[in-house]
Ligand binder design. Structure first.
Ligand SMILES: [Zn+2]
Length: 199
């Protein structure tokens, strides 16, 4: 039996966060162990999502755990995707792909485990249609489950944020010009500290 471990989360300024990640073509034991580690790491940081590049792996794999905390129940008019995934989280999905974005937009305050201590509002499409393959559900059960669903609310934002990570995009890139200006100094400082650590 593999004992999952908390991984080091890469911070802003680490080039691994800016690469475009490659598809997962085979679910090996190494990938399964990484999936377990990602769930443990996400929960350790009280995060609601974590993408593989954030733990140094440029592969298309994300952990999602929006509805695993008591203070984050399903919204009253939950979309089919939220309902479908409600009891499967924390889950790990490989090769997630957004196949449709709604015209309607929504704004949520976002933060990121790789950019600790900061947050900003981000405007994103409210609903998405998404497909991918779940390889781990309820935090410890391995499956091979291709899924396709429409989802909205916080879960939609979370998926969009995590899938951005797979393309080397961070939420601060999508912040308003005003927020970019507000965050500029902190981000510069963080990048400097990260680069110092990498040496
Ligand atoms: Zn993030």
């Amino acid at each position: 039996m593999y004992t999952p471990k908390v991984l080091d989360v890469k911070t802003f300024g680490d080039p691994v966060l800016r690469n475009v990640s490659t598809d997962v073509t085979e679910v090996t034991e190494e990938i399964r162990n990484l999936a377990l580690d990602m769930v443990v790491t996400m929960k350790d940081e009280s995060g609601i999502g974590l993408a593989a590049p954030q733990v140094g792996e440029n592969i298309r794999m994300i952990a999602i755990g929006v509805h695993i905390y008591d203070d984050m129940p399903l919204p009253p008019h939950a979309t089919p995707g939220e309902q479908m995934l409600a009891n499967l989280q924390p889950l790990v999905m490989i090769n997630p792909k957004i196949t449709r974005f709604s015209d309607e937009m929504s704004v949520l305050d976002e933060g990121c485990l790789s950019i600790p201590g900061l947050d900003a509002e981000v405007l994103r499409p409210a609903e998405i249609e998404l497909e991918g393959t779940i390889i781990l559900e309820r935090g410890d059960q391995f499956v091979n489950k291709p899924v396709r669903f429409v989802c909205g609310n916080l879960l939609s934002t979370c998926f969009q944020h995590e899938i951005d990570h797979l393309d080397g995009i961070l939420y601060v890139d999508r912040a308003s010009d005003e927020d970019k200006k507000r965050l500029e100094r902190s981000l510069k400082k963080m990048a400097k500290n990260t680069k110092k650590k990498l040496k």
